[in-house]
Design a protein around this ligand. Structure first.
Ligand SMILES: Cc1cc2nc3c(=O)[nH]c(=O)nc-3n(C[C@H](O)[C@H](O)[C@H](O)COP(=O)(O)OP(=O)(O)OC[C@H]3O[C@@H](n4cnc5c(N)ncnc54)[C@H](O)[C@@H]3O)c2cc1C
Length: 425
């Protein structure tokens, strides 16, 4: 059986959905072939016993340059985190945040030696510079650790505050990740904090997919081989197309298109615990640098109440990697919850745990912020592995791939000309 489309996109993650929507908007007949039973790829929300569980805790930075371009942010009904972090130490906990409520705690943290006055100056200087927004791609790239040291942050500030916070973003504790990516994330965080769609992160791909005509995405359709102008699927179908966009994760892209760079993976495991005890918690990310166990924890229902049924609270706690015993680690986390939230270990119920071995493509420095998306005439690739390992990277790469296709198929398309003139990240 031979099927025809002007463009076939492989993969209905954020990158593939953005590419398809932009092509569709330009009047291209596009089909998306997705191996899974739903859209979203690594951004997915499951409903379990009335709880909304993101498959691996993650957040949207609304100030990502691509977020306002690709999403209707108002329709997502975003629920913001308090912009900052609560650091738990042996002598109590300190809220370090860009909020008046954090002022007293910030001085307490200074007094307890969590960081020194010169650290405050270094942080203010680097934040000021990032806020103004020197373009990340023109900066020299080095590891984030070396960059923070170069910018005057002490090892104490790094070890007690910055590394615990950033390791939850990079999913690695050494801060070996590209400093260019650090500056992009830091700037987005300073400009717009972090947020969750009220009904779960799965709303992001759901919103993108809803803007496509109903028959555009074919679910449960795994692609087995790709060539310029041709795609074959596991059910024996052959697709003929003028252009093929490979929008899968890096591993699958490497299998379908030999020669594509395939980075290693960063992994994470998220545990969701619930309690029916009254929990008066602020919507802020918590870190515990005294304990090498968890990377972060948050009362997710304090951020977005619809994540938990009425009368209950939901906490998401993540650890780096995938532990050899998910159950044993769950017991250790449960023992730590009283220190964080003041309720006894027996007041928590495990709702579910999600080990995610393939969460983020590794981005050690030097990391090119933009990989090539046009491999050959008729063959294109996108996905977070072509830009940065983030929602921003996936969205931006999908857009770039769509524009590369249009440059070949519809060189006079007006938006393409406008985009060539601005050429933003
Ligand atoms: C646990 C976790 C936490 C994260 N935290 C954050 C965060 O806080 N902030 C942030 O910005 N980013 C975060 N990210 C990263 C972000 O979610 C990803 O970078 C982004 O979703 C990647 O999108 P993508 O479209 O590039 O790839 P994917 O989402 O992997 O989509 C690829 C799609 O291709 C499909 N596919 C694969 N092979 C085939 C085939 N042969 N045929 C057909 N279809 C195929 C897959 O099923 C999938 O749907 C996190 C990711 C995870 C997993």
């Amino acid at each position: 059986m031979v099927e025809n489309a002007e463009v076939v996109v492989i993969g209905a993650g954020l990158a593939g959905l953005v590419a398809a929507r932009r092509l569709r908007d330009a009047g291209v007949d596009v089909r998306v072939l997705e191996s899974a039973g739903q859209v979203g790829g690594r951004v997915r929300t499951e409903l379990v016993d009335g709880f909304r569980l993101d498959v691996g805790f993650q957040v949207l930075c609304p100030a990502y340059p691509a977020a306002a371009r690709e999403f209707d942010l108002a329709a997502l009904d975003l629920r913001p985190f308090l912009p900052g972090v609560r650091v738990h130490t042996d002598d109590g906990s300190h809220l370090l945040a860009l909020a008046p409520a954090a002022f007293r705690d910030g001085w307490k943290a200074l007094a307890h030696g969590l960081f020194g006055p010169s650290d405050l100056l270094a942080l203010a200087a680097l934040s000021g510079r990032d806020l103004v927004g020197t373009r990340a791609k023109v900066r020299a790239d080095r590891s984030t650790y070396r960059e923070l040291r170069r910018l005057g942050c002490s090892n104490r500030l790094i070890n007690t505050v910055l590394a615990p916070f950033l390791s939850g973003v990079f999913l690695e504790g050494e801060l070996s990740t590209s400093s260019r990516f650090f500056h992009l994330v830091w700037r987005s965080f300073l400009r717009g904090g972090a947020a969750l769609p009220a009904a779960g992160m799965g709303q992001l791909p759901a919103q993108l997919a809803a803007r496509l005509p109903v028959d555009t995405v074919r679910l449960n359709t795994a692609v087995t081989s790709v060539a310029p102008g041709e795609v074959r699927t596991a059910d024996g179908a052959r697709w003929s197309a003028r252009a093929v966009v490979v929008a899968t994760d890096a591993d699958a892209a490497g299998r379908l298109v030999p020669g594509i760079r395939v980075p290693g993976w960063k992994s994470v495991t998220t545990y969701y615990h619930a309690t029916s005890a009254t929990l008066d918690a602020e919507p802020v990310l918590r870190v515990d640098p005294t304990d090498g166990l968890m990377v972060n924890s948050v009362v997710i229902s304090a951020v977005a109440p619809a994540y938990a049924p009425p009368g209950t609270s939901l906490v998401a706690t993540s650890v780096l990697g995938v532990p050899s015993s998910v159950d044993e680690t769950e017991r250790r986390i449960r023992d730590r919850l009283p220190r964080l939230y003041g309720l006894g270990a027996d007041e928590w119920t495990l709702v579910s745990a999600f080990p995610v071995p393939h969460a983020l493509p590794a981005m050690p420095a030097p990391h090119p912020l933009r990989g090539r998306v046009r491999l050959d005439r008729g063959l294109y690739v996108c996905g977070d592995h072509r830009d940065t390992s983030s929602i921003q990277g996936a969205l931006a790469s999908g857009r770039r791939a769509a524009h590369a296709v249009l440059a070949d198929l519809r060189p006079r398309y007006p938006e393409l000309v406008a985009w060539e003139n601005t050429n933003t990240t």
